[in-house]
Write a new protein. Sequence first.
Length: 317
Amino acid sequence: MNQLEINHISKNFISHGREVKALNNINININQGDFVALIGLNGAGKTTLLRILSGILLPDSGEVKICNTCYKDNENKIKRKIGVVMGGDHSLYGKLTAAENLEFFGSFYALKQKQINKKVIELLNLFGLTQKKDILVETFSKGMKQKLLIAKALLHEPEILILDEPCNGIDIVTNLEVKNLLKKLNREYGKTIILTTHNLYDAEDLCSRLCILKEGQIIAEGAFNEVYQSYFKNAIISMVLRDELSDESKENLIKEPNVIDVIKKEEMREYDIVIDKEYGIFNLNNILQYINIDNLISINEKKITLEFLLQYLVEKK
């Protein structure tokens, strides 16, 4: 059974007197233990979708089911299943300590004081904040506040974590600490995690599944390797030269059976040679025969990264 189902979700807004379609018939199924990255350019609909999943925003049409329950049927039951981190550190109280913040927010749930106290100790220890528990949050760094926000979202032991840019604006060391914590929550504690991020390296490092949005629609969705193989089946040979490739050499390269295209980077003597892998095994000598070796600085196969895939899909579609 799917732990989270997003069925035909659409949402429109009025901006400057005209209707803007923020989400258009979104459908996603997420299983228990999935770690899903929602990515896309600004305005793609990522945060709007998270707000609907969190119950902050109502869709114009469609429904969200969490553990086979719809918001309209039992909103309180659903909210006990999810932990949400959105909107930065504004939901923390600077004049309270880390422990006081967690104790205060823990009182919102149907927990006894002993349960709250125990949970606060556990979370402060898990997030490496035990030594900071009696310090005012207003003195915390952005990274420490981010850790406390995620700890706050775990007070009621939710099954699903919904995070909007959890690593945004924090230093490299704290970013690594937060990512390791999220991996631990997913792999050891079995939490299903859905996050948005503009940091594509973090998305590749953290997540097992990918959902790319463009203008309110899903243009790619699935496991990383599945998406890579389904949407980009070619190989890229990157070549840097001392002098530009002659027109004759470029024409000869394109005539090679495996070669789809030769793309010159702007204002650089770097070329991407697009190879059709489905045609068969490609011999690098088929490229080198048209290149003066003394003119060659480097040649290698370019890794198909998430950044490359996102750019390719957005431009293609």
